[in-house]
Ligand binder design. Structure first.
Ligand code: BYC
Length: 472
């Protein structure tokens, strides 16, 4: 039986019979999915020190407890309503926001919510083997925190589907549990969510770059005229911040350790001989996950994006920072491939909305890389990491049929095939990473040789706290 106590919420679940009935049907399937496709080997005998959102106020955040993963209390939360909120962009600018789904935008809204919802369980599936290779108990706990929150984000989208899309919504909610990351017959919708995440460098890059796409997409959905979608995504953003923290600090700690190893060997050694992760490998994983996550912003020129904007369904990140919210007569300057040259074209701004969001995203990623590079400065080293050019390794959009090196210089198909392993992780790189991650580090306070400890523990607990307990 569905109860408000088991499902923390601020959506009036206890008095909403329709939602209760829909969830009663869906929740057992979700739990079965979680056991089958969630963290492998940690479902039955482990208790994890996790944060559970029990309310939207700041004190609701301080709620930490040991839980068995399948017993986590996945809740449903909307950020507080904004009094007299008005539509902030597009053709309906200035009108009151919608509390129900307008019939004419039903399909588009459903599509956006399903696409967003599909990424959440996908990421849990992608990460399900990582516990077996964890670099420490602290990191293991962070992995599970990210996983349970992605599960909660799925709940958030399912809440919208169940509450506002009737029968179709219930069918879509079932399908969200039926597609599977990497499955050839029923894959996840967006490509990056079908890529394997087999080692912790993948994981930290994913939480740095792909979760940051989550941030940019959620920011733009939080502008939506559909108020429940706006309020749901606004609350999700608070959790997303932690995921990016895990990614950014995870890579920072790997860089820190690599610098230490290099220094201890007087810069004379290959870091791999010392069991660390060399900088060229780190750079290759940046190249991979940044380019995959650029693809997640869709085509550069998109009629879908134009119509989402015009209809007020999906805005720009931080829409209030722009002065023109109609965007009916402005243009975006885009370099479009024409034969073997790029030609500057003026694209109606609404059709370039995916590119506008991508600009915001690239700036946010760049700031993170600048912070990583400070670690080299602190060690007095001249090495630097960088984002590849946005044309590099693209699978979606107008550059997807062409090849470019990380500096953006065009390459022939042959040259690309010959040199791609210089820029992207090779099978040998992956084999090396698996070799140093083959055994999990489960002892409190101990860390794998390739990563430095964090600056502080979780919730003011010591670094050597037992973040994951095993039952006898
Ligand atoms: N892979 O007009 P276009 C997160 C398809 S991450 C495969 O450009 P649009 C998270 C597209 O579906 C954030 N296919 O599309 C992070 C369309 O197909 P059809 C997730 C792709 O709609 C970490 C066709 O190409 N949220 O939260 O303008 C862990 C035409 O493309 C891809 C959202 O994505 C791709 N990458 O833009 C956990 C927000 N890109 O209809 C979670 C909701 C495009 O021709 N989604 N296609 O068969 C959207 O806003 C839009 O759907 C997109 C695509 C920006 C993704």
């Amino acid at each position: 039986m569905i109860s408000a106590e088991k499902i923390p919420n601020n959506v009036g679940l206890s008095s909403n019979k329709r939602l209760q009935r829909a969830l009663e049907h869906w929740q057992p399937k979700y739990i079965q999915w979680w056991k089958d496709m969630g963290p492998q080997g940690f479902q039955d005998y482990h208790q994890v020190y996790v944060r559970t959102a029990v309310s939207v106020d700041p004190s609701g955040w301080a709620h930490f407890e040991y839980v068995k993963l399948p017993e986590y209390r996945w809740g449903i939360f909307l950020a507080d309503p904004v009094h007299d909120r008005r539509i902030g962009f597009g053709d309906f600018f200035g009108e009151p926001v919608w509390q129900e789904v307008p019939g004419e935008f039903r399909n588009q809204l459903r599509r956006l919510i399903v696409t967003q919802g599909d990424t959440e369980p996908a990421s849990v599936e992608q990460q399900r083997w990582l516990g077996q290779r964890c670099p420490s108990m602290y990191d293991l706990r962070n992995l599970f925190q990210v996983n349970v929150e992605e599960g909660r984000h799925l709940w958030a989208m399912v809440y919208l589907l169940h509450s506002y899309f009737g029968r179709d919504g219930r069918d879509e909610a079932e399908d969200l549990l039926a597609r599977q990351s990497g499955n050839r017959d029923k894959p996840r919708i967006l490509d990056a969510f079908n890529e394997p995440i087999e080692n912790w460098l993948d994981f930290f890059m994913f939480t740095m770059f792909t979760d940051r796409d989550g941030k940019s997409q959620l920011l733009s959905l939080s502008e939506s005229s559909l108020d429940p979608l706006s309020r749901t995504t606004r609350f999700m953003l608070t959790e997303e911040a932690h995921h990016m923290f895990v990614g950014e600090t995870g890579i920072a700690r790997i860089i820190e350790r690599t610098c230490q190893l290099l220094q201890s060997a007087g810069f004379s050694e290959d870091v791999r001989k010392l069991g660390g992760i060399d900088l060229p490998t780190i750079q290759k994983f940046i190249n991979l996950w940044f380019s995959l996550s650029l693809d997640l912003h869709g085509n550069e020129i998109s009629t879908n994006a134009a119509s989402y904007f015009g209809n007020g369904l999906k805005g720009r990140a931080q829409e209030e920072k722009f002065s023109d919210h109609h965007v009916a007569e402005t243009y975006y300057e885009l370099d479009v491939p024409n034969g073997d040259r790029l030609e500057r074209k003026h694209i109606p701004m609404r059709s370039a909305m995916n590119e506008v969001l991508r600009d915001w995203y690239v700036g946010d990623c760049d700031a993170g890389v600048v912070r990583w590079n400070k670690i080299f400065e602190r060690h007095g080293m001249s090495e630097r990491l960088r984002l590849p050019d946005r044309k590099f390794n693209r699978g979606i959009g107008m550059f997807s049929s062409l090849h470019f090196d990380p500096q953006g210089a065009p390459l022939s198909d042959r040259e690309w095939e010959r040199r791609r392993n210089e820029w992207l992780p090779s099978p040998a790189d992956r084999e090396y990473l698996l070799s140093i991650m083959s055994r999990p580090v489960y002892e409190p306070g101990k860390f794998a040789n390739y990563i430095a400890p964090p600056v502080r523990g979780v919730n003011r607990m010591p670094i050597n706290f037992e973040y994951v307990r095993t039952e006898a």
